[in-house]
Design a protein around this ligand. Structure first.
Ligand SMILES: [Zn+2]
Length: 279
């Protein structure tokens, strides 16, 4: 089940080298223009503001994941939400960070552009079913219909059916796992943001959770307090030395695996650092 970890530094974006090259040329041009008084390199925002352009923007976006350094996956369920998802995306973009959004299909139908933007920012989009009905107890026909509806809206929004699914309420049984081609993913740190809808409480849950390396944090994108908590937590996690990665990146870079379908990667898996697996 557990492949050997390949520990090497991997550049996420093929454009980085090219972008860096262009950036260096631009930097040369700009410092030449500025004259001898100002030999400082222009900052990214100066380049952009001056029409320095896409190369600078690409350079800002490029993320490099170091498998030897701590990493954590922030996940947001139940969106997309017209009001708060954009705030979470603004926060992630500002901090050059990513998260995974487990979206409800019928919300994706309403706000496809939000998930399109999230995907463009490097975030991962997972499914959270079409109607958010709990899966156990559903007939094969109901599940097939849910899958059909999801495929349609996700393909419309982001061009593909998600690889990951988080079951509503985290609840699934083996017979249902077998009906999906997707990989089931739970969480290991529950902020209970949906329960209390309190910024401080949500922030404290994460800040007091101990070592977050390899963990999956559960939040929701449909509450203002959750978006506000994210605005505190994203820079805090980065300050603590964590790389914010998507769930698929966490599997690949931290756990060194390609997750398998018909399994549920949930609390036990993440808490045991990949040693325990429920199926
Ligand atoms: Zn949910």
């Amino acid at each position: 089940m557990h492949a050997v970890k390949t520990k090497k530094r991997i550049n996420l974006s093929a454009v980085t080298t090219a972008a860096l090259f262009v950036l260096l040329i631009l930097a040369g041009l700009f410092s030449g223009r500025a004259g001898k008084e100002n030999t400082d390199r222009p900052r990214q925002d100066e380049l952009s503001a001056d029409g320095g352009g896409e190369a600078a923007a690409e350079e800002t976006k490029a993320r490099v994941i170091d498998p030897d350094k701590p990493m954590v996956a922030l996940t947001f369920d139940d969106g997309p939400c017209g009001e708060y998802s954009p705030l979470i995306l603004d926060c992630l973009e500002k901090n050059n960070a990513v998260a995974t959004f487990f979206e409800i299909g019928c919300n994706v139908a309403k706000y496809p552009e939000i998930d399109k933007r999230a995907a463009e920012l490097g975030c991962e989009i997972g499914s959270h079913s079409y109607y958010h009905n709990v899966l156990p107890g559903q007939s094969q026909e109901d599940i097939a219909e849910d899958q059909r509806l999801c495929k349609e809206v996700f393909e419309n929004a982001i061009g593909t059916d998600p690889v990951l699914i988080r079951p509503p309420q985290g609840s699934v049984v083996k017979s249902i796992l077998n009906q999906y081609e997707q990989i089931f993913v739970g969480w290991s740190v529950d902020t209970e943001d949906w329960l209390y809808q309190n910024v401080d409480r949500t922030v404290n849950k994460v800040q007091q959770a101990g070592n977050l390396d390899g963990q999956v944090i559960l939040m929701h994108s449909i509450y203002q307090e959750s978006a506000q908590a994210a605005e505190i937590l994203v820079p805090w996690l980065i300050e603590q030395g964590y790389q914010l990665v998507t769930v698929s990146e966490l599997f690949y870079y931290h756990y060194g695996i390609t997750p398998e379908k018909h399994y549920y990667y949930a609390y036990d898996y993440f808490i045991s650092d990949g040693a325990l697996m429920l199926s």
